[in-house]
Write a protein that binds this ligand. Structure first.
Ligand code: PGA
Length: 240
C-alpha cells in the first residue's frame, strides 16, 4: 500500500491526474472504473486540462463502478450519464469503449452475470479508481455487504440516500436501490486507486485502515488489497 499525502485540493488534482495519465500511458486500453461524488471533482477538472496537452489520455475502457437502479437510459441522474457529460465525451472516450450498468434491466441477476462476463472477457479490472462513503461503502457496497460478492443489486442505506440528496435536491429524487460491482470483484482488480478528501472522511479513513476487516466497514477489505495507492489530503489523514 502506498499513501500519497497531498497538501490541498490543487495538489490532490495534480497527483491524481499524474497517476492516471501515467497508468493509461503505460497500459493502453485498460479497463478502469471511475468514481462519482464530490471527492473526485478536482481530479476530473484537472483531467480536462490534461487532455488538451495529451489527447492519448482517453485510451482506456470505462467500466461503471455502480449505478442507481430503475432509471431510464436518458435519466440525467445516472452516474454513467454524469460521467458522459462531464468527462467521457469531453475527453473523447468513444461509446464503444464504455461498459455500463443497465439501470433499466428487468432480469437483474441475468444482467449482473453478463456484466461480470464482460469484465472477465477484458481480462479483469486493470485499475479500480474508488472513493469511500462516510459509512465505509465502496461503490454501493453498503455496510453488511458480503466482501466476496460479485456485481449485484443493493438497497441503499438511509445515510447514503441522505448524502446523495445533496446532488438531486431532495431525498425523494434519490433512487432507493442500485447495482454495484461487488467487493469480491473489486478485490481481483490488478491495481486500485483510492481517493480520499476532506475532514468528514477522517474517521472512516482511519477505520478503513485500522479496524478489523469486516463487512461492517466494507472499505476495510483494502487493507489486504494488492497494488493499492491512496491519494489523501491532510484533512482526511488527520486521525491517522
Ligand atoms: P463523496 O462520495 O465523494 O461524495 O463523499 C464518496 C462515495 O460515496 O463513494
Amino acid at each position: 500500500m502506498k499513501i500519497i499525502e497531498v497538501t490541498d485540493t490543487n495538489d490532490f488534482a495534480i497527483k491524481s491526474v499524474e497517476f492516471f495519465e501515467k497508468f493509461v500511458t503505460h497500459n493502453s486500453n485498460s479497463l478502469i472504473t471511475l468514481p462519482t461524488g464530490n471527492t473526485p471533482l478536482p481530479f476530473y477538472e484537472k483531467m480536462l486540462g490534461a487532455y488538451k496537452k495529451n489527447n492519448k489520455i482517453n485510451k482506456f475502457i470505462y467500466l461503471s463502478l455502480d449505478e442507481y437502479y430503475g432509471l431510464e437510459p436518458d435519466d440525467h441522474r445516472l452516474f454513467a450519464n454524469w460521467l458522459d457529460r462531464e468527462i467521457l465525451t469531453p475527453i473523447g472516450v468513444s461509446p464503444s469503449n464504455r461498459i455500463t450498468i443497465n439501470s433499466a434491466c428487468n432480469d437483474v441477476e441475468k444482467f449482473c452475470q453478463k456484466f461480470e462476463g464482460q469484465i472477465e472477457s477484458k481480462g479483469g479490472i486493470d485499475l479500480a479508481i474508488i472513493g469511500i462513503g462516510g459509512n465505509g461503502h465502496i461503490g454501493f457496497n453498503e455496510p453488511g455487504s458480503d466482501l466476496n460478492s460479485p456485481t449485484h443489486k443493493v438497497e441503499l442505506t438511509q445515510e447514503t440516500i441522505t448524502s446523495n440528496a445533496e446532488y438531486w435536491g431532495s431525498e425523494d429524487a434519490v433512487p432507493k436501490s442500485a447495482i454495484t460491482i461487488g467487493i469480491g470483484t473489486l478485490k481481483k482488480a490488478k491495481n486500485t486507486l483510492l481517493l480520499v478528501r476532506g475532514a468528514n472522511k477522517a474517521e472512516i479513513f482511519k477505520a478503513t485502515l485500522s479496524n478489523e476487516i469486516s463487512s461492517a466497514v466494507p472499505s476495510t477489505y483494502l487493507q489486504e488489497q494488492n497494488n493499492l495507492t491512496i491519494i489523501a489530503d491532510k484533512e482526511a489523514m488527520k486521525l491517522l
